[in-house]
Write a protein that binds this ligand. Structure first.
Ligand SMILES: [Zn+2]
Ligand SMILES: [Zn+2]
Length: 252
């Protein structure tokens, strides 16, 4: 059923949310999609965290992942968090433009297909749970909407009741990587044993990966075999002086 609905939606005329030219199914027009995904071809990304690799990196992983490997095995993003796609992310999260979830999921699906095959034998999709205050403010969980749309596009099963968030976290925008990791430690939990499956952990924006890491830890502790981070937007980490720093600050 999901493929029939998506097929019908893909043929419906709409306006590109960026340039307002003709598009289909509420998604980007061909030109804007090409611009938004151009970085997929020109930039080498770390296999584990999807960050840009510095020119001198000879391995497939960035120095941050080599020094402090994330719990999740790999990460895939649809695009970098930056202009103009950050406007759409903002419209989705803060102005409730929920229809963008389908577009983001479609772009993320494109990245998944372009990446190597073995990692996408994920058995379940799980959204990063939202905090109570953001749920009350927005009325929805952005990651949940994207995960639902991605499940519809891919046919991968969605599970919303495996992972929970326990308490309030402090705002993370001005925190360092170490502070972010500490602030989300123990924030997420699973309340039962989970099957030994591979999980696609879905989120809207990944900045340092601390939130995804904490979620992945809870899932692994509960018994899943492995976790792949599936994020719509990745805040680029650029090499400056002796380390990687985020070009933008967003969620963790
Ligand atoms: Zn356009
Ligand atoms: Zn990395």
């Amino acid at each position: 059923m999901y493929s029939i609905l998506n097929s019908i939606r893909n043929r419906m005329h709409s306006q590109c949310p960026l340039c307002l030219l003709d598009a289909r199914g509420g998604r980007l027009c061909v030109g804007c999609l090409a611009d938004a995904t151009a970085d997929r071809k020109g930039i080498e990304r770390c296999l584990q965290c999807a960050s840009w690799l510095a020119k001198h990196d000879k391995s497939m992983r960035c120095q941050t992942c080599m020094d402090n490997p994330p719990i999740f095995a790999r990460a895939v993003c649809a695009f970098d968090y930056g202009f103009p796609m950050d406007m759409l992310i903002n419209g989705f999260k803060e102005q409730g433009k929920l229809a963008y979830a389908e577009m983001f999921a479609s772009m993320l699906c494109g990245s998944m297909k372009e990446s190597s095959g073995e990692m996408f034998d994920v058995d379940f999709l799980i959204p990063v749970p939202a905090g109570v205050s953001s749920l009350l403010r927005r009325g929805f969980n952005p990651a949940g909407e994207i995960a639902r749309a991605l499940a519809s596009l891919t046919g991968i099963r969605l599970s919303r009741n495996w992972l929970f968030r326990d308490r309030h976290a402090l705002p993370q925008k001005t925190m360092t990587l170490a502070q972010r990791r500490q602030s989300v430690e123990g924030l997420y939990r699973c309340d039962r044993r989970l099957p030994p499956v591979w999980v696609g952990l879905v989120d809207d924006v990944m900045t340092t990966g601390s939130t995804l890491n904490a979620c992945a830890q809870a899932l692994i502790d509960a018994g899943v075999q492995g976790v792949v981070a599936l994020v719509v937007a990745r805040t680029p980490q650029v090499w400056q002086n002796d380390g990687y720093v985020s070009r933008h600050t967003g969620s963790a």
